[in-house]
Design a protein around this ligand. Sequence first.
Ligand SMILES: [Zn+2]
Length: 105
Amino acid sequence: MSNTSLAHPATREARGLEIYCKHSEDIALSIRRGTYSVPGCSGTVTYAVRLVPEEWCECRDFEHRSEPCKHIYATRTVLSCYPRETDGSRPPLTRPAAVGSSDTD
Ligand SMILES: [Zn+2]
């Protein structure tokens, strides 16, 4: 087992953004009881991700490190762009409005 290619946090974040760019709607619509299904970079496997009550992902990266993985970064980004859904009764189908203007929150 060689461990020569250590991934830096920035790499996870960048990969999370990549997943977000490709699958943001899939992730936003996948929520079931607070759990999201987040595709990996290959897109063939999905991982269960929760952000509440604490961030959790079922992938091995998170299991071994207990630090945010790319799936968690991707889900965070989705939630920052889509309305937060708390009760799970309605799918958060609202498309993100034009992103890029200043946030007036
Ligand atoms: Zn993960």
